[in-house]
Design a protein around this ligand. Structure first.
Ligand code: CA
Ligand code: CA
Ligand code: CA
Length: 326
């Protein structure tokens, strides 16, 4: 009987520990996925930013909007120039030198200015590949919603997932585009915009903002001062698609082979391609069109020897290749 009792207790313990889901802890604690600003994983930083300020206190709009910092303080590496305060529900829309892509693992990280990793102001994060349609990371807050986290209240990072602001200043909260649901209007390999939206930390139904599980995100509130709300410092890019752009082009170059080349006039040139060929156009060195067809086989006419350019259009893009006619 005693064994049975212990077994039941143990089982309940396991069930409870599964239910009490734990996310990555604060920077410096084993298991944290916080990324320090100087990490070599960062290849770029914000280059354009638009701020739409929220109120210092959404329940007392007479206080006006948050007003600390400005959009330029989001540019560049974290801890280099200060922060911009978003206010209750305030928004930052950021662009980068090159689009972000969904590479292996985390693709970018958002930096806030929490001074101790305990006073955490949080924000939802959304991405867009056209600047018009934004898609939110599925966020999760397990912070108790029975008691309001006060203006300077503490929050445990292990209760938060996919909300920016989990980590102390200088440490980015990482985001993996793979977590965002697929959508026809979102190209995860061409993320041009990242939107950061302050969570209104109130547990009052009139103001509360909710995670993807419909939990209120309870975080420090109200914060009725100029530096109200999420303080955006920087966004570091981990996977950007300059490399993709170049690689895709190079890959396309490599995936199309002309044979034979050099070639004699009146011979047949074959265009071997991994991509479906839509059309080719043969130009002479002066840029005049010699031949044009929707085919991957080119019967060369009797033309002078010399350098020619073959423009090949595929479903993955267009390239130009040189042909030597002997
Ligand atoms: Ca990824
Ligand atoms: Ca907030
Ligand atoms: Ca900054």
């Amino acid at each position: 009987m005693k064994n049975l009792f212990l077994y039941i207790c143990f089982s309940l313990l396991i069930v409870n520990s599964i239910q009490a889901q734990i996310y990555a802890p604060q920077a410096g604690i084993p298991g944290s996925d916080a990324i320090y600003k100087d990490s070599l994983v960062f290849v770029n930083w914000v280059s354009e930013c638009k701020i739409i300020r929220g109120y210092q206190d959404i329940s007392n709009v007479g206080l006006g909007l948050a007003d600390v910092g400005d959009s330029s303080l989001v540019f560049g590496i974290a801890l280099s120039n200060g922060v911009v305060s978003l206010g209750d529900g305030g928004i930052a829309i950021c662009k980068f030198p090159f689009p972000i892509k969904d590479g292996i693992g985390n693709d970018f990280a958002v930096f806030e200015n929490s001074f101790d990793g305990l006073f955490l102001e949080l924000a939802f994060v959304e991405v867009s590949s056209d600047g018009e349609h934004f898609f939110r990371f599925p966020s999760h807050s397990l912070i108790d919603t029975n008691i309001q986290v006060g203006s300077f209240g503490y929050t445990d990072a292990t209760k938060i997932n996919n909300l920016a602001g989990k980590y102390q200043a200088g440490y980015g909260t990482p985001f993996d585009l793979n977590d965002v649901a697929n959508n026809a209007l979102l190209n995860k390999n061409n993320i041009t915009h990242v939107k950061v939206i302050d969570c209104v930390g109130s547990i009052n139904n009139s103001y509360a903002t909710r995670d993807s599980y419909n939990n209120k995100v309870n975080e420090p509130w109200p914060t009725p001062f100029g530096s109200s709300g999420f303080d955006l410092d920087a966004i570091g890019v981990i996977n950007q698609n300059t490399i993709i752009g170049v690689n895709e082009f190079e890959n396309l170059e490599n995936r199309i082979v002309l044979y034979p080349n050099p070639i004699n006039s009146n011979e047949t040139l074959h265009i071997y391609s991994a991509e479906k060929i839509k059309e080719y156009t043969l130009f002479n060195a002066s840029g005049n069109i010699i031949e044009n067809a929707k085919s991957s086989i080119l019967h060369l006419p009797a033309i002078n020897s010399g350098l020619y350019i073959l423009k090949i259009e595929t479903e993955k893009g267009t390239i130009h290749k040189k042909i030597i006619i002997q």
